[in-house]
Design a protein around this ligand. Sequence first.
Ligand code: MRU
Length: 345
Amino acid sequence: MIEALSSLITVRLNERADGVIILDQTRLPGEEVYLTLTCAKDVWEAIHALKVRGAPAIGIAAAYGLYVCARRIDTEDPVAFREELRKVKDYLSGARPTAVNLSAALERMEHVLDTHPMASVPVWKELLRREALAIREEDAASCRRMGEICLRLLRPGMGILTHCNAGHLAVSEYGTALAPIYLGQERGYGFKVFADETRPLLQGARLTAYELSKAGVDVTLICDNMASTVMRKGWVQAVIVGCDRIAANGDVANKIGTSGVAILARHYGIPFYVLGPTSTIDLSCPDGDAIAIEERDPGEVTEMWYSARMAPKEVKVYNPAFDVTPHELISAIITEKGLFYENNE
Ligand code: MRU
């Protein structure tokens, strides 16, 4: 764990294991406020409202949430228990559509019942607790491994541009895209990071700039439309981003704007790396067109962050939360097991 960030814990179970504690990311960078989620509705709303966000973190929050709800299912009958658990699982799965980690973590939790079909309900509950904790532990270990693999592709003093927040706040520890940056920081690499602000929800400004500054990393915040300028000036030697779903052909869904950054990187001859744990790979999606892209409230574009509305009342708004970067624009997809996709063009 990066020392300076050890006080920020994105998601955890509370001591009595009857609630999920999350750091409310909608309150950052102004305040570090923790919320305790005690029912399925709390967890659904926290994920939907991006109080907890980032693909791996929502998977972990949902797994913990499912366990907390499972504990309260008041029956010893395995059939009735399974039915209740399935209802909560399906409900939580619908909180956000694009990050596969959400449904994958919930599927994995339910699968525990299938792998121990003869176990009693109390044993199932204990197994669900262990599975949720394992999802979290595996995420932390994956992030570190991805960071090490990516760091080998980087050199001290490089300028690195990142989009959205794929850092400590988006996972359990270290982050995906920010993991090599933190490891480099620990080893004196002196990276200079450019963080896109990431309209409309400002994950780059509010979260990436916040956690990198807190960790003492040299970070410069830019508006999304400034990426071309910093690349043209020769200040960026690598782009590193996270991902929400990786299709079988290597197309990647990530925060809206990522594909534009990849096009710019190709134009300027800058390598574009995507970091994601294997849990983000969805082999049932043949390509990026099969990935469901979340569309969010128009108010995020017209009003949020402004003191007055900044768009005509009746204007049509299109507010996709993610986009797909085609695999041809990606230099490498780095997972905890090594390279899932490498483009040698
Ligand atoms: O809408 P968000 O903030 O959940 O979007 C997050 C991203 O797009 C991240 O880049 C992605 O989830 C990877 S997080 C390690």
